[in-house]
Design a protein. Sequence first.
Length: 1204
Amino acid sequence: MYSARPTPPRGRQRLIALAAAAALTPQFSWALTLVESPPGSQQPYVAPNVIISVDDSGSMGYRLDRSTSGGTQNITAPNPDGSWNLAAPRMNILKYALKQVFNDTTLLPDKKIRLAWQVMWNNGGSPGVGPKKSNGSAGATSVNSTTSGTNSMKVLDGTHRADFLSFVNSLTPGNNTPAHWMFEQADGYMRQPLGVNSPWASVPGTTAEPYLACRRNYHIMMTDGRWNQGESDVPDTSYRDNATNRSLPDGTVYGGIAAADVAKSALYRDTTSKTLADWAFFSWAKPLQTTGLTGTMSATAAYIKAPATESFGNDSAGKPAILERFWNPRYDPATWAHMVTYTIGASSDATTWPGAPSIVAPTGKVPFGYDGSIPDLITGVKTWPAMDNENKRALDLWHAALNGRGNFYAISVAADLEKAFRDIFDQIGNLVEPGTGSTAASGASITRNEVGLFTAAYNPKDAWKGYVAAQQVLKNGDIVSLPGWGGQSTAVKLDASGFDVNARLVMTWNDTWVNSPTPGRPKGGTPFKWTSDNSNLSAAQKLWLQINPADNTDQGATKGQQRLDFIRGDRGLEGSDSTGYTAAKPFRERVSRQGDIVNSDVWYVGAPASNYALKGYLDFTNTRKSRTPMIYVGGNDGMLHGFSAADGSEKLAYVPRGVIPTLNQLTNPAYNSGHRYFVDGSPMTGDIDLGLTPGGNDNESSYTPDWHTVLVGTLGAGGKGYFVLDVTDPSTFSEINAPSLVKIDRTRGSAEPAPICATIIDTAEKAACNLAVQQDGDIGHITVKPVKDEANSMRATQIVRMNNNRWAVVLGNGINSANQRPVLIVQYLDGARELKLIPATNDAAGTGYAADNGLASPRLVDLNGDSRPDVVYAGDNLGNMWKFDLTSSDDSQWTVAFGGPASTKPLFTARGPASLSSTTRPKVQPVTAAPTVRANDRMKNIGTPASPNLRAVGGLMVAFGTGRNLALNDAENQDVQTLYSVLDNTHYRYRTPEPTMGRRLEVHPGGGTCPNGADCVPAPSVLGIMGNTGNLTGGGQLAKQKITDVDSVFGTVDAVQALNQDTWTTFQGWYLDLPAVGERVLKPIEFFDGSNILSVYSQVPGRGSDVDPNIESCSVTNVLNERQFRTLVNIMDGKRPTVQLVDMNGDNLYNAADSGVSRREVAAGSHTVVTQGKNVLDIDVKNQKERLARMPEQSLRPSWRQVK
């Protein structure tokens, strides 16, 4: 097989000139102009102000579990298992927690926040702007000053981080606990007049304006439980929490005296003064600044998306405790300059208040939950007591957090203190992030065990830095750091000071034609390193790297090598965006060696997981069960990355051949405002057996299995085609093994011209070149996600053994191919690795089915349970759902299932309305995600309702959604998209006589007494084109379903036309028009909890702007964030689930009170689904969890198996 582009050895000068011309001038204008940066990613990030207040009173020297017992001072770190010796003093636990959190540059990278700090007494003498306290030292005792000092608000960078960690090291216990000082000083600081030293300044201490109104402010108060000195009142007593008829800045009335109004704010009120809760309410309710700020503050996204009301259960008298959204303590509705308060109580005293025994703490402590006495405090059955004795004052911390719309963390286990700080900064990050894209993938999506959660993300503000972070989902649903990663991301590890760029394993594909050791082939896998000859890169490849991206001139080999070294991670020639670029420092300034990860999903590879009942596979599993677990992901730094899933270290990187022509763009200083995609497709892996002779039988006595794990990757929008690596054993990853690790590379640049084969003299090379050019005409941008096995998310079903006993990867050919037609790609992975293309049409480019078309991700279906796909379904860019028949053991018989070779036909063609109110459906509805398939298990009545005669419907239901978000203007498209589930009525039978390779299926042509005879087997038929009222041009109709909004978040799925046993003779499936403007289905649809219920995630894509992400601004009105919805609907009849799965009212019950909802708006980005006992957890990329009910256990499963 000729699996890459040749660079001929003869006539080389002419071809080099042609290659140079290709690098200098655009060659093609494709029908679809693909986007080059993620939509919505250009929204500015406004770093929040964070004030940390720390208790250094004498009791901080006590043990955590004792009120008066001193700790052992030399215990400064936890045990190896993460637990702490009980004798450790509180102060040492605090120091360790803060150092761990602030040394975690993934959680808190430079510029993520602006930080100020203060401490009650400053016994350790840390510098700062505060005055000397009566028994302490001047310096870090206060932030409240008009001058700028060490502890004043500044952007968190290397210097400020080091100053803070020095402050942490200085902390020494002594004296009493005047917690009020901390609240009063933090509030006073935020109210200081605007100026260059104000916390509102653009760059505090350096640049004054603009003072941004949209900058959020947070106060984190950490103490060991109970204050005992320094109580003070707020300066404006009309803003105490016991105020009445207090109009808040948005006009909402707090403390109304009418009965209905009293209940709204009862949770926040008390009857006393001089409390911490008063200070927290004052800082939240009274604007910190009223004039001089630029822009506006908006309510948080969580508040905007929150339900109108939430039930907190019943109070002790049985009365429902229900809060309107504005008064719900989970959310921050403030639209004025305000400060949110988080409190931490670190001791056993934090959860005990002997003086107020009627107040019951919530079940959850880190942070405090919303049960316990919360329902009583909401309804007014109980009220907050007076803080007139120290034995009640831990309640003041809880009350203050509620009044400040933050959380209270009660720490009785030492390790929870670090967890509390991490959770607070996670929450702050979630509230202020502008919504840059992120994808997540899990080691397993349906498991009862601990799984790894790997999140890949990008940050345009940091020169398009990317990273992968790792966490662990425990059995109880908690999410913690993954052991072994040390709290660091892959970017932190790649950017470590000791990282050796020269030792980094980076491979590529050399397309030089060679005649040894195997005659007549491209050289293949090589190290991505510069050499004076063509041993690693061909002459044309090196020439591409020599081109100056600014003016398209050839700068010679030295500059080409420097560019290659830059891609490998060398940073010695990077200039500076702030100080400029010179001849000595000409390359783009990066923040990290690792580039952005936008559309590529993380793929996990552990022990072999395909579970094949094939010869030698069990031995292979046992041999490889302890191999290094890996994660693979594509990056827009030009590489596929392979990282150890155990510790995050990079084990390999691969630069596909197709990105080399444009790698020079990454060195361009203008790149940050001209982002483009490179390796943006998602990888997948599968296990294959290379021991069997292609076309042989696996029961041959001479057959010796040879199992391997292979990775298939694509470039997505970064280029055309795909590549294949052997990732069986990470311990063999090395430069010397590059030829055996890189198996296939059929990638090309988007605008790269075809080689000119006519100039080649070598006969074999010319033939291979001509074949490659012909085949390349059908290979486009493969942008869709891999299709995972429904029962095993670590297995890609597209890497599979075919009915001819050969191993292959099966792909859709993608968009923007030269031939413009939809083609099913069968790339053999064994033998000579031939490429087989199965066109869906023979139409000429630009006509009919071959007009700006391409095949999307395929769904492979195994009908008889032999682990070989028999049929394949895939959609295309014109809304057609194609079916391919692969039942034969002879691949020359593989073809489109309907219409015959001369006039192929799709199973179904989707058409939609321009708007929901339209009465016609003239709009093309592209299909870009793989369909989902299940055997129809319903019965139809061929008699009458009075005298039923039931027959099985039979056939397969093919469910898919429509919509696209690839081309430049796709995000703005508002055409209605649709969710379909259509019936393929085809039946099958075993071939006779039995083929030599064993039993194989074939399509049953139909027969018997039809349509109503007991022996009727319907003839396979196409459904045709979707008509205006659901009528199909092939005969029959689809039943209409609709979504009804219950409120702004939740909705129900309702049948307009019911599909049941009396209507299956009329309808051949159903359709559901998606109601949100711009909503579409872009992700594969999966089944919920092993049932017939589809779990459909649909999106309204985000839309970007030209706002510079490096300049903080409140001007974001031209950026629309992505919206996402999850709809649960039955694949068979389009109805909502018969059991309640979604808890709409938040009472942890799933019943009629939830109004039958099966649709809700959810957070943008990828979602991980984990089964936990009686619940299914839906976890978003920000680790927010939603608990769904599980489906009832089903004793019967379909008798056939999907290869998904």
